[in-house]
Design a protein around this ligand. Sequence first.
Ligand code: ADP
Length: 202
Amino acid sequence: LRSPYSGGHLEVVVGPMFSGKSEELIRRVTRAVIARQNVQVFKPALDDRYHASAVASHAGRSVQALAVRHVADIREHLSGADRLLGVDRLPLPDVVGIDEVQFFDTAVVELALELADLGVRVILAGLDLDFRAEPFGPMPQLLARAESVEKLTAICTVCGAPATRSQRLIGGQPARFDDPVVLVGAQESYEARCRVHHEVLE
Ligand code: ADP
């Protein structure tokens, strides 16, 4: 062997809503913490630029996470630029986790690959498909480039089959293909559905 193995690689966990992506991310991160590894978890923030937060699963488990607005904020945080200690560069964490990674733009692909190249174990969790069952944002690029991919399923709320899709409901009715992704003031909800019971109105 000519140089020691750095361990850097990219793991992606995908599936529809309620498939246990956050649970799986929390499981992997908790094991890394037990192994005394340095772990930093991020998730998209909807408002403030930075705030301490947590990744929580529907079943109630959680780990600490930093909510950030942009991929550049993750970069900045990892390089220590937001710390006022006169430290130029912090050592990178052993593990970087990102939940709801589908909400970041494609700059997240470059960041994930860069971190993996630098020896970081990168664990990303997110929706592979949007409510129309179309590939979601940066996910195709991430899935293609990952060393490991785990595709989880939920349970279809109509028939109990493995669910691979997220049904969007507006006022109890299936959403339309053209409905905006963010609807202000609408009664919106989501259910896990199988291929047969997933509905998108024209
Ligand atoms: P995700 O991050 O993929 O949305 P979570 O990890 O937050 O999923 O939550 C998964 C948990 O949600 C399951 O372990 C289960 O307790 C609960 N759950 C609720 N509805 C469903 C469903 N239709 N299918 C599977 N799990 C469900």
